[in-house]
Design a binder for this molecule. Structure first.
Ligand SMILES: *[C@@H]1O[C@H](CO)[C@@H](O)[C@H](O)[C@H]1NC(C)=O
Ligand SMILES: *[C@@H]1O[C@H](CO)[C@@H](O)[C@H](O)[C@H]1NC(C)=O
Ligand SMILES: *[C@@H]1O[C@H](CO)[C@@H](O)[C@H](O)[C@H]1NC(C)=O
Ligand SMILES: *[C@@H]1O[C@H](CO)[C@@H](O)[C@H](O)[C@H]1NC(C)=O
Ligand SMILES: *[C@@H]1O[C@H](CO)[C@@H](O)[C@H](O)[C@H]1NC(C)=O
Ligand SMILES: *[C@@H]1O[C@H](CO)[C@@H](O)[C@H](O)[C@H]1NC(C)=O
Ligand SMILES: *[C@@H]1O[C@H](CO)[C@@H](O)[C@H](O)[C@H]1NC(C)=O
Length: 374
């Protein structure tokens, strides 16, 4: 099944890549920062969930497409993250200085947790939006993607110049959503002030088949795809955030707990089961994410270390209350006082509304935190 989707998506990718006529839904993005003001979209349209949301990309704007997979086997520390950036370092300070704003990046961990990463600067990028899906080609990098929220995505990489070839396929197992609700027109797309977020794939049955510097990296896991954007510099809006996704028992979950530069808290809670949304809410109280164990200072600041894990309380409505613990198993980036990404195991239980017996559920997750204030 995954293989059939992979093949049909790859043949569609060939069609898209050979399209040269600029038309509706086709975006050519130059590799240099553009002068003037950017227009950012923060209210959803009837379609276009995965389309570019900021045009043009000026010196304070960012818009990118993010994909990841974490192994569902807790004894296997394999993971992959691929991001297609259209952003300058000025807009998003975690980027390396580069002449190109159309940069493709990959980070992996091997089975034993060893990290490897590389990036490639593009000459320009082409994004094609179709329905709520999209395809993208970062010219000169060898990185491309294609897919839709309903079916899934394929990321194809042919980048021998940085030692990476192969593909990653994502077969969707949970409906896409916006920060406050399902995919539909008129949704608020700001997860916090000035930060746009659209989650095409909250969870996927993902299959990774890559060659990394001559070493094979092949595994299956829980996959994810989203995009985020702003017309303002990232650090102008964000003080702290906790984000992550995982699969735990029959549930696919995504969490966001965000503190802005004024100290105000914003959240987004998502859970799905049997490919149907149970909750997709940005109401305060729908979710609460707090650090646990070592360095559990909240809110965290630049000088506080990374925590051992997180505790998440999520309201599942008629399904009850979800209490989830996340434990860090392997960091996905090196020491960085403002940013940490990791994979970990998760466990928890749903307490039904009528208070009847709970079942302990376990799974794996990929998550991150920013802490940008002193
Ligand atoms: C932006 O403006 C500067 C100064 O006027 C100019 O040198 C540069 O070429 C412009 N860049 C673009 C992409 O138009
Ligand atoms: C980019 O556009 C935004 C939105 O119009 C504007 O607020 C910002 O100042 C612009 N940035 C630059 C560097 O011109
Ligand atoms: C971990 O796995 C990678 C990839 O197979 C290998 O290159 C590396 O030597 C391994 N490290 C250890 C400590 O075994
Ligand atoms: C993985 O990629 C290699 C090289 O591209 C290919 O020969 C092989 O068939 C792929 N395996 C799967 C399971 O897709
Ligand atoms: C966007 O979201 C991804 C994960 O969903 C995260 O890795 C990235 O740091 C976020 N960045 C911004 C600027 O929103
Ligand atoms: C807690 O912070 C200290 C100091 O930054 C660090 O050495 C330690 O590894 C952190 N603990 C965890 C679980 O990351
Ligand atoms: C993660 O796995 C370890 C080792 O099995 C276990 O001790 C720990 O309780 C688990 N943590 C979570 C949050 O499930």
């Amino acid at each position: 099944m995954a293989r059939i989707i992979l093949l049909s998506l790859l043949s569609a990718l060939t069609l898209v890549a050979s399209t040269s006529i600029l038309g509706k839904g086709l975006y050519q993005i130059p590799s240099t920062v553009q002068n003037g003001t950017s227009q950012a979209q923060f209210i959803s349209s009837a379609t276009g969930l995965d389309a570019p949301k900021v045009q043009p990309i000026n010196g304070s704007a960012f818009d990118w497409w993010y994909f990841d997979v974490v192994s569902t086997d807790p004894t296997v520390l394999s993971s992959v993250v691929v991001t297609f950036f259209t952003s300058s370092q000025n807009a998003f300070p975690l980027l390396d200085a580069s002449d190109s704003i159309t940069v493709a990046r990959i980070w992996v961990t091997f089975l034993n947790g060893t990290r490897w990463s590389a990036e490639s600067d593009g000459d320009s990028a082409t994004v094609r939006a179709a329905g709520d899906g999209s395809s993208g080609v970062w010219h000169g990098t060898g990185f491309s993607w294609i897919g839709t929220p309903a079916a899934g995505y394929v990321v194809a990489i042919d980048a021998p110049h940085i030692g990476v070839t192969g593909s990653i396929s994502f077969r969707s197992v949970a409906p896409g959503h916006y920060p406050c609700g399902p995919i539909e027109a008129g949704q608020n797309m700001q997860v916090g002030p000035g930060i746009g977020w659209a989650n095409a794939i909250p969870d996927a049955a993902a299959s990774v088949n890559l060659s990394i510097g001559g070493t094979k990296l092949a595994f299956t896991g829980t996959g994810y795809h989203d995009k985020n954007w702003s017309d303002q510099v990232f650090t102008a809006n964000v003080a702290t955030w906790y984000w992550g996704h995982g699969r735990i028992g029959p549930y696919s979950i995504v969490w966001f707990d965000f503190i802005d530069v004024t100290g105000a808290e914003f959240v987004s809670a998502y859970a799905a089961k049997d490919n149907a949304i149970i909750t997709a809410s940005c109401t305060l109280g729908s979710i609460n994410v707090r650090p646990t164990g070592q360095n559990a200072t909240f809110p965290p600041v630049i000088s506080t270390g990374n925590p051992s894990g997180y505790h998440i309380d999520m309201d599942l409505g008629a399904d009850g209350k979800f209490a989830v613990d996340v434990g860090v198993l392997a960091p996905l980036n090196g020491v960085n006082p403002v940013y940490a990404r990791a994979i970990g195991n998760i466990s928890g239980e749903v307490v039904p509304v009528d208070g009847t017996a709970t079942t302990r559920l376990t799974g794996m997750a990929l998550f991150e935190q920013f802490k940008l204030t002193q």
